[in-house]
Unconditional design. Structure first.
Length: 207
C-alpha cells in the first residue's frame, strides 16, 4: 500500500513540474521588432545599392540659377549644377547625368552627352583580346564592329593575354592607331566595387 501511495505522489510531483516548465516557457516572449526600424534599414539598403544616375533629355537650362531640368521616362527633374558643366550642353541633348546630394539638394556632378560618347568611342576600343604580338608590338581587339589591330609598346602588353576583356585608349598619328593605355575590365569593375564599398562605409560611419 505504501508503495502505491509513493508512486502516486511521484507521478503527481512529476506532472506538476512539467506543467510549471510549460507555463514558464509560455511566459518567455520573443523580443519585439520595431517595424519603423525595419523599414528604415530597408530604405537605407536600397539607397546604398541604387545607382545615382539620371538618363533623359535636357528640357531646360538656367545659367543664372545654375540648374538643369532633365525629362526622364516617368518625370522631369531639376538639378543644381555648376556652370562649368553647362558650357557644352544644350536643350534637346540626350544625356546621362551623375547626381549626388549636396547641401540638401540633388546636384549634377557630371553630364555625359551623346557627343561625349562618340568622342570616347573614337579614342577608345572596347572588346576581347584576340591576339598579342610582342615581337611586332601590336594587339588585336575584337569589338562590336569586328577586329582592330593597333600598335602597342611591350610595356603595355606584359600583363595582357588573349581572352582578356579590355578597354584600350588609342592615339591616331599619320592614319595609324597606337595604344596609349590598356585597362582590364576586371580592374575597372574592382575599382567601382571598392569605391561603392567605401561610400557605404562612410555613410554608415556618419550615422
Amino acid at each position: 500500500m505504501k508503495k502505491i501511495i509513493l508512486l502516486i505522489v511521484a507521478l503527481v510531483f512529476t506532472f506538476s513540474m512539467t506543467a510549471f516548465a510549460v507555463d514558464k516557457t509560455a511566459d518567455v516572449k520573443s523580443p519585439e521588432v520595431n517595424k519603423s526600424d525595419v523599414k528604415k534599414a530597408d530604405v537605407n539598403k536600397r539607397h546604398h545599392s541604387k545607382k545615382h544616375f539620371l538618363r533623359g533629355e535636357v528640357k531646360a537650362i538656367d545659367t543664372k540659377a545654375n540648374s538643369i531640368t532633365i525629362a526622364g521616362k516617368k518625370s522631369e527633374k531639376t538639378l543644381a549644377v555648376d556652370a562649368a558643366l553647362l558650357k557644352d550642353v544644350k536643350v534637346g541633348d540626350k544625356v546621362v547625368v551623375k547626381i549626388a546630394k549636396k547641401d540638401g539638394k540633388l546636384t549634377a556632378t557630371k553630364i555625359i552627352t551623346a557627343q561625349d560618347k562618340k568622342e570616347f568611342s573614337k579614342k577608345h576600343l572596347r572588346g576581347e583580346v584576340k591576339a598579342v604580338d610582342t615581337k611586332a608590338g601590336s594587339i588585336t581587339i575584337t569589338g562590336k564592329k569586328g577586329d582592330k589591330t593597333v600598335a602597342a609598346d611591350a610595356a603595355l602588353l606584359k600583363d595582357v593575354k588573349v581572352g582578356d576583356k579590355v578597354v584600350v585608349k588609342v592615339n591616331e598619328k599619320d592614319g595609324k592607331l597606337s595604344a596609349a593605355k590598356i585597362t582590364n575590365v576586371k580592374d575597372i569593375k574592382a575599382k567601382r566595387t571598392a569605391k561603392k564599398a567605401a561610400k557605404v562605409k562612410k555613410a554608415a560611419d556618419e550615422k
